[in-house]
Design a protein around this ligand. Sequence first.
Ligand SMILES: [Zn+2]
Length: 365
Amino acid sequence: MTTNTPGWQPPHCPNPQCQFHQQVSDAWRYKRKGYFTRRYSPKRIQRFTCLECGRNFSTQTFSTTYWQKRPDLMARLFMEIVGSMCNRQMARAKDIAPRTVQHQVSRLGRHCLLFHARQLHQIGPTPEIVVDGFETFEWSQYFPFHHNLAVDPATGYFLYHTESPLRRKGRMTEHQKLRRAELEALLGRPDPQAIRKGMAELLDVATQGAEKIVIRSDDHPAYPRAMKLLTCEIEHRVTPGKKHRDQHNSLWEVNLLDLLIRHSTAAHKRETIAWAKRRQASAEKLAVLQVWRNNIKRRWENGEAVTPAMLRGAVNQVLTVQDILRERIFRTRTELPECWNRYYERGVVTAALPVNLRHELKYAF
Ligand SMILES: [Zn+2]
């Protein structure tokens, strides 16, 4: 049932200040209050009034397309993000402004952050995880960063991600070394502790609820330091990063996710011209990929139709984009880890950009 199915009933008051916003209760009273019409189908939208706080709302208040001029775009954009199309290609294919695509992708990202956070809460603790840093860059190759990833090796479930900005390293020409010095004088150097901090944030969430956990990773020196603050009992299994990375490698599940991200996202293909311009936007797209990977994409392409979310008992069928976008998830009713709250509010700053727009819209949640 979608919000536009006749007979749909609002589950709670949408007003965060109302006592019936958090609590879903039979004591809540509301009444129907006529209709308004709009250009897109269904054209007639049911309105309601909360009899507790007096707030007016409609079926649209509970829809993922609330306050959108083009409610038809979201589902298509969702599949194009994980189908390796870049923003401008998506805009051209639909004859819309690139700016519209940016806004919609960002909003999809926020919806997926909430969707995943809710599901993560539902599946409970994971006894064994594999973690790794996925290397990519924002703005130009002078600004590399890691998306830190955590996966459940038993089911392939993509548990969580954070990000760490890095200093450019590796082989450089004399000119490149000078340019790096110039940029660092102007914009400052990235935090040398960023990997430890990003990994600590990742582990804090990925180990939540577990009393005992096995963590598999490569031999990055920052990882043991990132584990210091964890309160659960840890067994850290290290596989040297140089070891051949095939199915027999114990880090295989996270390498597989690395491959899937590179294969499915335009920004992370090798030698692309569609690289990420902002770490913030890259995290939003990764949130969309995460929900797709866990709920829509099968665990194996051939054979039984199961998804990682099914294997973790979160859902009992392969979901569609329509299932994911069925209903708006209220930020005020969903708890987010600190790092993801930063993503939700667009608080990640790209040093090379003079202006970093934050998310402060009231209706385009
Ligand atoms: Zn109310």
